[in-house]
Design a protein around this ligand. Structure first.
Ligand code: ADE
Length: 272
């Protein structure tokens, strides 16, 4: 997958030469090209910004260098998406990362200074914001997006499963994890994880994921795909947390109810 970044500060992208991103590039899975659009400025002083018409504070990026840089990109070999980094865009999410990872090329336009000349917006297929705060430029936001998209490119992570299992891609937060030692200065790893009982460990992990999501990010619950086994786990969790009990109308609506066994002469209490 190809990433092309239009920026006035290519040196800011040095962190992309480390760790998993470095290996992904060395393995030829990912190519990152940095284009300094100041190189496309035609004035004597290579100006890329100017004062806003109508007055006001700060400077705006001029259209000509960015239009010229985009026009000079080689023809895309496949699906290309041009993204303008801006606090006015749609807020980035794991879902958006997944969608973008299906493209062959992403082009990021990173602004700096007070803003863009409005005509620059027409170069972009979409505008994306990292969150509801204002950065000094789009570079850090583009790096975050590149990082989260690269790890979804097939082959980049050792196991394909680890990207799938992460928080947010399945809309439940991840369960707590532990490694050796089993006892660290009196802090014990939960007994069940040492038991080797795979079915019980799986149940414990699912319950802890549900607990974490309800307690920390109840806003994610609406997007969870519940299974019938979750019903019983949630019935346990409402006895443990008032907060989860308060969400009962929502999850009772979203979660399939397990079929209760009918009472019979063999099973007089209707036990499951
Ligand atoms: N440029 C400035 N602030 C930004 C933000 N929040 N997201 C993306 N690009 C930006």
């Amino acid at each position: 997958m190809q990433f092309t970044v239009l920026t006035l500060f290519p040196e800011m992208f040095a962190p992309l030469q480390e760790s998993i991103l470095k290996r992904a590039q060395e393995a030829g899975l990912v190519k990152i090209q940095l284009v300094n659009f100041r190189d496309y400025a035609t004035s004597k002083h290579k100006n890329v910004d100017d004062a806003p018409y109508g007055g006001g504070a700060g400077m705006l990026l001029k259209p000509e260098p960015i239009f010229a840089a985009i026009r000079d990109l080689p023809q895309p070999s496949g699906r290309r998406r041009v993204i303008l980094m801006s606090p006015q865009g749609d807020v980035f999410s794991q879902g958006k990362a997944k969608e973008l990872s299906e493209q062959e090329e992403l082009v990021f336009i990173c602004g700096h200074y007070e803003g863009f000349d409005e005509r620059i917006r027409e170069l972009a297929d979409e505008e994306v914001s990292l969150g509801d705060y204002v950065l000094t430029g789009g570079e850090l936001a583009a790096m975050v997006m590149i990082d989260s998209v690269v790890r979804l490119v097939p082959g980049v992570l050792g196991e394909d499963a680890s990207a799938e299992e992460d928080s947010h891609s399945i809309s439940l937060l991840e369960y707590p994890q532990y490694t050796r030692p089993a006892d660290y200065e009196g802090r014990q790893v939960p007994e069940i994880l040492l038991s080797g009982h795979h079915a019980l460990i799986k149940r414990w992990r699912r319950k802890e994921s549900l607990r974490r999501t309800f307690l920390r990010r109840p806003d994610l619950i609406k997007a969870v795909t519940f299974g019938a086994d979750d019903y019983l786990l949630l019935e346990e969790l409402i006895l443990e947390h008032e907060e989860i009990a308060a969400w009962q109308p929502l999850w009772k609506h979203l979660c399939p109810q397990p079929k209760r066994r009918r009472k019979s002469s063999h099973n007089p209490e209707g036990k499951q």
